[in-house]
Design a binder for this molecule. Structure first.
Ligand code: PY5
Length: 301
């Protein structure tokens, strides 16, 4: 994209560069979000999905890490709208807000260090194969809540996801599933996870070392709306193997079927009917085709 938003200014992307000693580059001291905006070519409208919830989480992540974001939730929403307008976005995009410790220092003490905030938009299609992915339960565990709060979406924490995904990829799988320190299913490298058993949806609870995903909340809400029972509870590894359906949810992943776990075929090896029903409804919601959820959309135009 031509322009990025940096601390209140829209500047050309090539000018948005950082010094080599930037604290966040060395120590992962950043908080970030991943938001999508969906473009409808027929009606020529662009909607940002759940912008408010993402920016509230952004502020909470900063609070947990102990850094300051110099812009309110409303200012950040307005900045995002401006960014998409100035770039004349007429396609689906992924929006990446980031606040990072920008001071040039090797000291670990972040009190009073300067932060910068940027928002970048990137053209974006599918993150995972929508026809279904093969997942591996990797031996790397999810960082436990007692080691770092997983509710915070902090840059440095993503090395845990990177090493887990690398393990899955080099073993010939598409995505990783991480267990938590207690041996229960936590989440994918960049997605939350659901299983379906006998028509009921189950997903790990937020205290089980997972990111409290906004898509997870969206899917729980719309699934209940469609009449499904959703239970937040601890899930064991073998429950993945014997589930009727397994699927990932996330801003990037949307609703992606998991058709194989550790070489075990899930269901009949095809995306399951409940997964597909939820994915279709989810896409209707994000494109603004469901009136009752219009409140989740921020129109750009
Ligand atoms: N769990 C982890 C570890 C995540 O990184 C993400 C989002 C989720 C769950 C789902 O959260 P939400 O539904 O709020 O998006 N991952 C990012 C995303 O934009 C980055 C992926 C590379 O989907």
């Amino acid at each position: 994209m031509k322009y990025v938003w940096v601390d209140g200014k829209l500047i050309p992307e090539r000018e948005a560069v950082i010094p080599i000693l930037t604290h966040a580059l060395h120590y992962g001291t950043s908080v970030f979000e991943g938001i999508r905006a969906y473009y409808n070519p027929e009606r020529r409208n662009l909607y940002i999905f759940r912008a408010r919830e993402h920016y509230v989480r952004f502020h909470n992540s900063a609070k947990i890490l102990g850094i300051r974001i110099n812009y309110s939730v409303d200012e950040l929403i307005n900045a995002t709208v401006e960014l998409l307008k100035v770039n004349e976005v007429h396609e689906n995009v992924y929006i990446r807000p980031i606040t990072f410790v920008s001071a040039s220092t090797v000291n670990l003490d972040i009190r009073d260090l300067e932060t910068k905030t940027a928002i970048i938009a990137i053209p974006f299609g599918h993150y995972l194969e929508p026809r279904g992915v093969r997942a591996k339960v990797v031996s790397w565990l999810r960082v436990h809540n007692s080691m770092f709060p997983m509710k915070a979406k902090v840059g440095g924490i993503y090395v845990n996801s990177v090493i887990a995904l690398l393990d899955a990829k080099v073993s010939g799988f598409d995505e990783a599933i991480l267990l938590n320190r207690d041996g229960y299913v936590a989440e994918g490298s960049g997605e939350n996870i659901f299983i379906v058993k006998d028509g009921i949806l189950h997903t790990p609870p937020t205290y089980d070392s997972i990111l409290e995903g906004i898509t997870r909340d969206t899917v729980m809400t719309i699934a209940r709306d469609l009449g499904f029972t959703v239970i937040e509870r601890r899930i064991t590894r073998e429950e993945l193997y014997t589930a009727d359906e397994v699927f990932f949810v996330g801003t990037a992943a949307e609703v992606t079927p998991v058709i194989n776990v550790d070489g075990r075929v899930i269901g009949n090896g095809e995306p399951g009917p409940i997964t597909l029903k939820l994915r279709n409804y989810y896409m209707d919601v994000v494109y603004g085709r469901v009136d009752k959820y219009k409140g989740w959309l921020t129109p750009v135009y």
